[in-house]
Design a protein around this ligand. Structure first.
Ligand SMILES: [Zn+2]
Length: 780
């Protein structure tokens, strides 16, 4: 049956259902599945009266299979909030579902177990896949306890620890209680002493208080970066620690007022994460507590804190580099399994309850599965639900998913991320926004998928607003470079960003991102689920034209065999991927850990070899060390010998979204094992250039270009035994083309992989170069 006809049939049935008072009872099914909930719920039309004695409508033609029922009325806030209660009960005040921790894994276990109970979906052939991947670093909070002595009585109150800096492990080690990287032994540190209260560090400094052996309770508002600025916040935090207190407790308080603190970023981005440990600045226990949670000790207000006679902090945390994260992928087979729709959400929370961010999206995905199971509806095309890990560390789970599901991406109609429900501060307007990264930099500004979603949401009485944004959004962003129509669903408004990072005005990344707060915007959450369900079902029925790019007829293959930094692949090269797609190239990636096979490269118009980079940091490289094997080199060499076009790259640093430079890449020299086969050698001296001059008229690859953009101090100049210089600066060759073999094979050596990436806020100067590259690859 053609999808369009199925949809019409379905609509007719729904209209019939809506027009009558009692839905027809489905004929008995072969297996005794519980009565579909739909049989007992009132129809969708609000004016109709639920009754047991209504007139039987015109009989529908007999159907051999159970009648589909409208799943939309089955979406339930009770069910959504029950899931949120469960998710926020995981590792409470002990990191919650913090990225790449036990809590994150427990949350994935929970989702997996819930899906395991869905009998109808199981009967359809539901497939569950648990994925594992590494992240740069992670902080596991084993134990964070706070005991207060008030009126001679000791009382325990809830408190959480701090997560270390996600991209600098030496800074992150401040938040490892024993200071030993990659040691997971439980060995809590205990700090106790009389209490010093301060609304600001200035008070302490003015009093020249002696903090030795004392625990400081500090009003977090005084060092909240969003209120006082990073420089001031870090300076203050540093001054506090230089007085060597025994421990620090950051106290937060709820507020919904713009301009006031509510603990934004206290657990993951407070100023202490920028202070390294050293002899001058030892790693003392730092915990955070909500003032509201101190009522068990009789403390209701800031002034009551003076009743605390002493405090005892127990802190056991370990930093791992790399850390381990993962995804849960659920594939519900559609009637047409040659096409798919992907719905995503991130399961991890930024070291806070994360009821909204992104418990809301995670719960919506489960709700979609639940209502399809209850209504016994098979989706028209494959429905892939993905709970991504470690979005909050930089899109690790989604980048890993995209890298490892290349075949799926090629048959995916569109991807929708649901991240996130928010609770706007007083006076701030918000809409259900569908943001995407359009092809506007390549001349096509259409927002096909958000526009289509807006249309189908309207059918379900939900208003959404399509938005174009060349910014980090959420996990949908890693799909851009693979030319998959994508969008993120978020409750936000333009005014939110006037107050700083959107998280502040939206109540994200703070200890009040709780179920309680989410309930106040429960209707919005329900609407989000309606949009997601419409995306899951109607997209397959309607089969709208969503791709802006032409149908690809040739392939560009990226070889990421030794590229463990997953955003140094098309998953992080949004504009490059779009450019290649617009030139008719299908972008495929051979993921980290998978050796290129001759068959993978066969017929590829272009093969791009990505830098060797593994995640262990310098000095920890004993864990494992990536390098090209002889066999892999032989496979790549054979591709060129057979006439292929191979692009070589290197990178002195790890890069993340987008062309942001992080730690030194101790593996960058490993490119030479491959490059030397072609008479090319990378010379490892970091060069201060940003723009390099193109050799005018030298080759179609650099036609219409004066300068190529490189990242300062990230490239390595090249020496070539023979070949054509395309661009150089001060006599240093930064791009060159070498002929190889008798079949017309060529190697394009680029000094810096950053030449393929782009900043998020501005279009790359190299856009024309990428267009030339695609056109040249196609024309050879
Ligand atoms: Zn989020």
């Amino acid at each position: 049956m053609r999808p369009m006809r199925l949809r019409i049939l379905f609509t007719v049935i729904l209209m019939a259902l809506a027009g009558c008072a009692t839905p027809p009872v489905p004929p008995p099914t072969a297996t005794p599945i519980a009565t579909p909930i739909s049989a007992t719920i009132p129809p969708a039309t609000p004016t109709s009266q639920p009754t047991q004695t209504a007139v039987i409508p015109t009989p529908l033609p007999a159907e051999p299979t159970p009648l589909p029922v409208d799943p939309f009325p089955l979406i339930s806030q009770d069910s959504l909030f029950a899931t949120l209660e469960d998710l926020t009960a995981i590792q409470p005040y002990s990191g919650w579902r913090n990225s790449a921790t036990e809590g994150e894994q427990e949350a994935l276990d929970y989702v997996e177990q819930r899906l395991g109970d869905m009998e109808y979906l199981e009967g359809l052939g539901l497939e569950l896949e648990r994925q594992s991947c590494r992240v740069f670093n992670s902080t596991e909070l084993w134990e964070t306890r706070l005991h207060l002595t008030v009126h001679g009585q000791e009382v325990e109150v809830p408190a959480d620890g701090i997560r270390g800096q996600r991209d600098d492990t030496s800074l992150a080690l401040r938040f490892d209680s024993d200071g030993a990287l990659n040691d997971g032994a439980r060995n809590p540190v205990v700090a106790e002493g009389p209490v010093v209260l301060a609304r600001s560090v200035d008070e302490i400094l003015a009093e020249q208080a002696d903090l030795e052996g004392r625990v400081v309770f500090l009003d977090y508002a005084s060092i909240a970066e969003v209120l006082v600025g990073r420089q001031q916040a870090v300076w203050t935090a540093n001054n506090l620690l230089s007085l060597e207190p025994a421990g620090v407790v950051l106290v937060t308080r709820f507020s919904n007022q713009p301009g006031e603190s509510h603990g934004a970023f206290v657990g993951d981005y407070n100023p202490f994460i920028w202070l390294g440990v050293g002899p001058e600045s030892p790693a003392v226990p730092i915990l955070y507590a909500r003032l509201e949670d101190l009522t068990v000790a009789g403390i209701k207000d800031w002034d009551d804190l003076s009743q605390i006679e002493a405090a005892r902090l127990t802190w056991d945390a370990d930093v791992f580099a790399p850390g381990t994260s993962g995804n849960l992928v659920a594939r519900i087979p559609g009637t047409d399994d040659s096409r798919a729709v992907i719905l995503g959400a991130h399961i991890d929370s930024p070291n806070c309850p994360g009821a909204m961010d992104d418990g809301s999206g995670s719960a919506v995905l489960l709700e979609i599965a639940r209502v399809l199971d209850a209504a016994q509806i098979q989706p028209p095309v494959d429905l892939v639900l993905v709970w991504f890990g470690s979005e909050e560390l930089g899109h690790y789970g989604s980048a890993h998913f995209a890298a490892t599901h290349q075949e799926l991406l090629d048959r995916t109609l569109a991807m929708l991320q649901i991240d996130t429900l928010t609770h706007p501060l007083d006076g701030i307007d918000a809409d259900l926004t569908l943001s995407t990264w359009s092809y506007g930099r390549l001349g096509d500004e259409r927002l096909t998928w958000p526009d289509y979603l807006t249309e189908i949401a309207e059918r379900r009485d939900v208003r959404t607003v399509p938005v174009n944004s060349y910014k980090l959004q959420s996990d949908n962003i890693v799909f851009v470079g693979f030319d998959v129509p994508n969008a993120n669903l978020i409750y936000m408004g333009p005014e939110m960003e006037d107050l700083g990072p959107i998280h502040y005005a939206a109540h994200l990344h703070n200890p009040y991102d709780t179920v309680e707060l989410a309930r106040e915007v429960g209707d919005v959450l329900e609407q989000m689920a309606r949009v997601a369900l419409a995306a899951a079902l109607e997209t397959g029925w309607d089969d709208p034209e969503l791709r802006v790019s032409p149908r690809p007829d040739q392939r560009a293959v990226f070889v990421g065999t030794h590229t463990e930094a997953l955003l140094m692949t098309p998953g992080g090269f949004a504009d490059l991927g779009q450019t290649l797609a617009m030139e008719g190239l299908d972008v495929d990636l051979i993921p980290y850990g998978h050796a290129p096979a001759a068959v993978d490269l066969k017929d590829a118009a272009l093969v791009v070899v990505l830098p060797v980079i593994d995640l262990p940091v310098q000095g920890e490289s004993g864990l494992y060390d990536d390098a090209w094997s002889e066999e892999e080199i032989a496979t790549l060499e054979a591709y060129v010998a057979n006439g292929g076009l191979l692009v070589l790259t290197s990178s002195a640093h790890r890069l993340k979204l987008y062309n942001r430079m992080y730690d030194y890449n101790e593996d960058w020299r490993d490119v030479n094992a491959l490059a030397r086969r072609f008479g090319v050698s990378y010379e490892f001296e970091t060069l201060p250039y940003r723009l390099i001059l193109v050799e005018k008229g030298s080759h179609p690859l650099v036609e219409g270009i004066t300068y190529l953009e490189v990242m300062e101090k990230n490239g390595a100049s090249l020496t070539m035994s023979e070949g054509l210089v395309l661009a150089q600066e001060d006599g240093k060759v930064m791009a060159g083309l070498v002929d190889y073999g008798d079949a017309g094979g060529q190697v394009l050596a680029l000094a810096d992989v950053g030449m393929l990436g782009n900043a998020s806020n501005t279009a790359s100067r190299n856009l024309t170069f990428w267009q030339n590259l695609a056109r040249y690859a196609r024309s050879r």
